[in-house]
Write a protein that binds this ligand. Structure first.
Ligand code: CUA
Length: 320
């Protein structure tokens, strides 16, 4: 069916699953549409009024029929539900060994950052056969990352991280679209995903001359923004040390506990007063407007590089 022009190419491990479910839903819809239409015509002719005096016989009761037409649709919808849920959960849970990448959406472009420091705009190069996990943020409005050939689509909402993952199964060049109306040039917010043989990908990675890894850029930013004045590495500063912070459980002044994942770090940079660490004063100013979403991602990578262990699971919310 991948050759049939109505369907995009099947280029990820999700594609066959999503397509089989689509065919099933289509088949059920076509079957019942035909059944109902044919029945209308058949019954209209079979039970037509034959004389002016003829009155219809009104049946009362019919428990068996009631049960049949309740149980069969219930069974079919439960199949749709469990099948759909299993595809959905599979798409929601990136494997632990997925290659992390960052995406920042803004009017009207996709900015992509590799851990090694490569940056791309409206292009994404990835190796064949490797699971890839995208952590996505928006600088302005809601966008949506959509790759039809991979059968993945995920809204990118300002103020939070969204994650998505996929595993490409076929080398090639695939469309990337923005699937959420985001302003006058929404239709131009498109790009290409390049799925490369692993060796070609390595060559591509070493080809460019990146300014430094994400973590290195983050370290520079940490100094430039004077974060290091308060967040002293030895813990003697006015603010808690970020050394070994990532993935740790943090005790808050409110008595609550929180795991230091990407979402927590992002919030602490942009809305420092939201969660105060126990034993510290709310002295940190907000960095909202002073640091871009790219910058926040770099700072998080820097803090991760000092951290003991990565948080596993989708966006840090699952699998702990
Ligand atoms: Cu971004 Cu539409």
């Amino acid at each position: 069916m991948g050759k049939f022009p109505l369907f995009p190419e099947q280029a990820s491990t999700f594609a066959p699953d999503v397509d089989h479910l689509t065919y099933f839903l289509l088949a059920v819809a076509v079957f019942f549409t035909l059944l109902i239409f044919c029945s209308i015509f058949y019954l209209a002719i079979r039970y037509r009024r034959r004389s002016d005096q003829e009155l219809p016989h009104v049946p009362h009761g019919g428990m068996a029929l009631e049960i049949v037409w309740s149980v069969i649709p219930f069974g079919i919808t439960m199949v749709m539900f469990t099948w759909g849920a299993s595809v959905f959960f599979n798409e929601s849970r990136p494997p632990d060994n997925a290659m992390p990448l960052y995406v920042v959406a803004k009017q009207w472009m996709w900015k992509i950052e590799h851990m090694e420091g490569q940056r791309e705009i409206n292009e994404l190069h990835i190796p064949l056969g490797r699971a890839v996990k995208l952590t996505m943020a928006s600088e302005d409005v809601i966008h949506s990352f959509f790759v039809p050939a991979f059968r993945v689509k995920q809204d990118v909402v300002p103020g939070k991280y969204s994650t998505i993952w996929f595993q490409p199964t076929k080398p090639g060049k695939y469309h990337l679209f923005c699937a959420e109306f985001c302003g006058t040039r929404h239709s131009g917010m498109i790009g290409w995903i390049y799925v490369m043989e692993p060796q070609d990908y390595q060559n591509w990675l070493s080809g460019g001359a990146p300014a430094g890894t994400l973590a290195e850029s983050g370290e520079k930013l940490f100094t430039e923004l004077a974060c290091s004045n308060c967040h002293k590495a030895d813990g003697t500063g006015r603010c808690p040390s970020v050394e070994g912070l990532f993935g740790k459980t943090v005790q808050l002044a409110s008595g609550a506990k929180v795991v230091a994942d990407e979402a927590y770090l992002r919030e602490s940079i942009l809305h420092p007063a939201a969660k105060i660490v126990a034993g510290y004063q709310p002295v940190m100013p907000t960095f909202q407007g002073l640091v871009t979403e790219d910058g926040v991602l770099q700072l998080i990578e820097y803090i991760k590089s000092l951290g003991p262990k990565p948080v596993v699971g989708g966006g840090g919310a699952l699998g702990k």
